[in-house]
Write a protein that binds this ligand. Structure first.
Ligand SMILES: [Cu+2]
Length: 114
């Protein structure tokens, strides 16, 4: 019994520290330049599935997005700047950052995956 509660405590502590890291990252994101050194680590992996230049939207099959606490899935995003859609084509592997802008999930940064 003693064993079990120690394990549970360890799990709880692990969970708590993971959550505080996520909260810190989200916080940094709102402070511009200071976040740049860690920005690369925050980018999520994705693959472009569809591009709709007229609507300024892109469909991305994405990995985990820590900032939004979102599981991997395929979904449509708005883009912060329509020009971003000229930089990629369907099938491209990308790294990107997304955030809520005026209530809509929006790709705020996007680059080709290495
Ligand atoms: Cu998603």
């Amino acid at each position: 019994m003693k064993h079990v509660s120690k394990l549970a405590l360890a799990l709880l502590m692990g969970l708590a520290s993971a959550q505080s890291v996520i909260a810190q990252d989200a916080h940094k994101g709102h402070h511009g330049a200071a976040a740049d050194t860690t920005a690369a680590a925050q980018l999520s992996a994705g693959e472009v599935k569809k591009i709709d230049k007229g609507a300024g939207k892109i469909t991305i099959k994405h990995g985990r997005i820590y900032r939004l606490d979102m599981e991997p899935m395929t979904m449509v995003f708005r883009v912060a700047d329509p020009k971003m859609l000229d930089q990629v084509k369907v099938g491209d592997k990308i790294r990107f950052d997304a955030d809520k802008v005026k209530g809509a999930l929006t790709v705020v940064k996007m680059e080709a995956a290495q």
